[in-house]
Design a protein around this ligand. Structure first.
Ligand SMILES: *[C@@H]1O[C@H](CO)[C@@H](O)[C@H](O)[C@H]1NC(C)=O
Ligand SMILES: *[C@@H]1O[C@H](CO)[C@@H](O)[C@H](O)[C@H]1NC(C)=O
Ligand SMILES: *[C@@H]1O[C@H](CO)[C@@H](O)[C@H](O)[C@H]1NC(C)=O
Length: 718
């Protein structure tokens, strides 16, 4: 009885809280216009949820016993990852809602803190459910308990204007005493290629938040010591990011959790620290023999400044081990994720270091052999091991075609992630063309009538402004050499004039024929011309040709030089062509945004992401005054090894005025965002479901560089 009424009160509270949140968001919307649509590599199919497996019975045994089965702890909405079991759910609740504390003693609650991306933003949630141990047959089905309570743990204020509700809280959060310690990207770094990720501490009863990371520095993967006194982080310190996308080569810094003071570099090369006790932490690094391994560091931290006593390697060569977790409740046990030759998947194991031994107990491979499992964590009593993985086709929401992301400027545009790449809107905003290899698709903007209109290896897409139902693309391999066979085609959808039920096959017309890497077509607003990049001179430069008949009718060269000009976009007012170019350092891998008039005059650099930086995929705003683009301008936001594979985990979406001023960040995540497009038509800021049949769940890869390297190393050791 008691429990029910408490839970009911809490439910009311959480309901009130969420109504406040939606009210806050609604007031931001004024006269809205325009939609920005972008891609995040693989993210639409992650389906991450947090699961836990029980481990038992006695830690004195040399051998751990893993209970069969696992339970899904999070609710299957959006993606949920990087969990933390708080030490005392009831005291946490009394911190948040003191009014309900008298009743709490009688309620037996289980709790989980985690990062979620529901509602188009990144936030940290607390879920509470009646403890399952009172009825052991319930143990595997927390989802069936009808009284799950859910609270967003904090709403950060905007520091960049416009309500800025979209920040990344990517790394594992933790609670220490009455404080939540977490990573967020809500404060800009003010210099290009410097990550915005920093560690913050929020006083839960009041919501007062302080920054623990010094200004101008980025910190990842924080871990609080069992006493709460110390926090360890992975950080470059003053050096900043060098463009690294595998092992970030961070150092481990330790500082006082209370105020960030006594900040000291303790380990030169390491990431993902986790504490066993206040004088021992574990971490990972890529060893000099090429294997990712777990290491132990002991520190002397009695005084005011922590200092390193010893480092030793725990996991041997022969397999990769990373993202360790330790707990004071079970000295000598470490949970890790591994990649071994015996599986194509990333799995969670426990290393038992007791009695000087070094034995490994598989947790997830016997349960879910064909899933990647990420970032393990222990329950406070060490009776459970949590991790996240794709939920598969069960117990959760299916992939979305268009996922609404909270716009930092809702009065100017709505923001969506599409499950595909290279999207573009038809001029009337009623259709979206996009690529989902192999093939080019067209779907109505409300998600209905998805259809494949071209079966080849096509990229990107752009609609003609005048002729209805005409889409330009190129056929061939992307990211390829100058000599690669790629040609531009136009696809004419038939039946566009009448209704959606076009059953006739689209007609295809080849506009170039030489195959000299002719790609990235973008039509002029008068419908007469198409600008594109071509490798026909031996370098990739820009050319303009006849939109209807192609190069055989009319063609001229727009840019010329021994470098790469690519990814061009014609402004809606017809005045400019924006493109990405490496002409500042040809072949150096760095790209800046340039603009030129269609008659070849007025060439100038618009914006650059610092020395060696990358800015790509420019697309004009409907009023031709801004560009939306992809850039590494905000560095990386989390250790890449804690995520699925991304070629360019620094990719985020930005807008900039065409004079190069007012760079604004639109997306905050640790994934690879790219290929944005901008339509004058405003799409309502709500999710659009996937209506394509047979869309696969869990379609993503583990870090390519990890498995490739493993094979190479295996070869060498034979
Ligand atoms: C435990 O839960 C199961 C399933 O919800 C239920 O059928 C059973 O009666 C419960 N047992 C006890 C002792 O409450
Ligand atoms: C801390 O943990 C390490 C590893 O589990 C152990 O060897 C050491 O004795 C512990 N130290 C203290 C002070 O408990
Ligand atoms: C080139 O085009 C720009 C923009 O339309 C125009 O202002 C300029 O006068 C043109 N220059 C020449 C030489 O035609």
């Amino acid at each position: 009885m008691m429990r029910r009424s408490l839970l009911f009160k809490l439910f009311l509270l959480s309901f009130l809280l969420s109504s406040l949140v939606s009210l806050y968001l609604a007031t931001g919307a004024g006269a809205s216009a325009g939609t920005i649509l972008f891609t995040t590599l693989g993210r639409s199919r992650y389906g991450f949820d947090i699961f836990a497996s029980a481990i038992s019975p006695s830690y004195d045994d040399a051998e751990l016993v893993v209970d069969a089965g696992e339970s899904q702890l999070t609710d299957g909405i959006s993606v949920n990852f990087n969990g933390f079991f708080p030490y005392s759910p009831s005291s946490l609740l009394s911190l948040l809602h003191p009014a309900s504390s008298p009743a709490i003693g009688s309620a037996s609650l289980d709790a989980l803190i985690y990062v979620t991306e529901r509602g188009g933003r990144s936030s940290i949630y607390l879920d509470l459910f009646p403890t399952s141990s009172s009825n052991s047959s319930n143990r595997r089905s927390n989802l069936e308990v009808p009284t799950r309570l859910q609270f967003p743990l904090l709403l950060l204020p905007s520091t960049t204007g416009g309500g800025h509700p979209s920040v990344s809280m990517k790394d594992r959060p933790s609670v220490s005493g009455d404080r939540l310690i977490f990573v967020s990207t809500h404060e800009p770094s003010f210099s290009p290629r410097q990550s915005w990720a920093a560690v913050y501490s929020t006083h839960l009863p009041t919501g007062a938040t302080t920054r623990l990371t010094p200004e101008g520095i980025a910190d990842f993967s924080p871990a609080v010591s069992p006493s709460g006194k110390w926090t360890a982080v992975a950080s470059y310190g003053e050096l900043g990011w060098s463009g690294e996308v595998r092992d970030l080569k961070t150092g481990i810094y330790v500082f006082k959790t209370g105020d960030g003071s006594a900040r000291t570099l303790v380990v030169e090369h390491g990431g993902w620290p986790c504490w066993a006790n206040d004088s021992t932490f574990f971490f990972h690094r890529e060893s000099s023999d090429g294997w990712w391994s777990v290491y132990r560091a002991t520190i002397a931290a009695d005084g005011d400044t922590p200092s390193l006593t010893s480092i030793d390697r725990i996991t041997p060569p022969g397999f990769h081990a990373f993202t360790p977790a330790a707990t004071a409740a079970a000295p000598g046990l470490i949970a890790v994720a591994t990649r071994r030759a015996s599986s194509q998947f990333r799995h969670i194991e426990i290393i038992n270091l007791r009695d000087g031994g070094n034995t490994y107990v598989e947790i997830t491979r016997p349960i879910a052999p064909n899933y990647h499992h990420y970032n393990p964590f222990f329950s406070p009593d060490a009776g459970r091991i949590g991790y996240h993985r794709c939920r598969g086709g069960r117990n959760g929401s299916p992939p979305l075609l268009l996922e609404n992301i909270k716009s930092p400027s809702p009065e100017t545009f709505s923001l969506f992630r599409i499950d595909g790449s290279f999207p573009s809107f038809s001029p009337d905003g009623r259709r979206i063309a996009y690529v989902n290899l192999p093939g080019l698709y067209v779907v109505n903007s409300d998600g209905s009538n998805p259809r494949r209109v071209y079966g080849g290896n096509a990229f990107p897409t752009a609609w003609d402004w005048k002729r209805k139902g005409v889409i330009y693309t190129s056929h061939g391999l992307g990211f390829a050499e100058v000599s690669t066979e790629v040609d531009i085609i136009s696809i004419t959808l038939n039946g566009e004039e009448e209704d959606d039920d076009d059953t006739t096959e689209p007609s295809i017309k080849k506009l170039t024929s030489g195959g000299q890497n002719n790609a990235f077509p973008s039509p002029s607003p008068d419908g007469k011309w198409v600008v594109f990049r071509s490798g026909r001179s031996g370098y990739k430069n820009l050319y303009v040709m006849d939109a209807v008949e192609g190069e055989s009718a009319r063609i001229f060269q727009l840019t010329d030089g021994p470098w790469t000009d690519t990814m061009c976009n014609w402004s809606p007012d017809g005045e400019w062509i924006a493109f990405a170019s490496d002409r500042d350092d040809p072949g150096g891998g760095s790209f800046s945004i340039y603009m030129v008039h269609p008659n070849g005059t007025g060439l100038r650099r618009v914006v650059q992401s610092g020395d060696g930086g990358r800015m790509n995929h420019p697309w004009f705003s409907p009023d031709s005054k801004r560009l939306v683009l992809t850039s590494d301008y905000a560095g990386v936001s989390a250790e890449p090894i804690s995520n699925p594979h991304h070629y360019q985990p620094y990719g985020e979406i930005f807008t900039v005025k065409i004079d190069g001023s007012e760079i604004r960040r639109l997306t905050h995540n640790s994934f690879e965002d790219g290929t944005p497009t901008w339509s004058p038509v405003f799409l309502n800021p709500s999710d659009v479901g996937e209506s394509l049949q047979g869309v696969a769940y869990c379609r993503f890869d583990d870090c390519h560089w990890l498995s490739l390297q493993r094979n190479e190393l295996d070869g060498k050791s034979c």
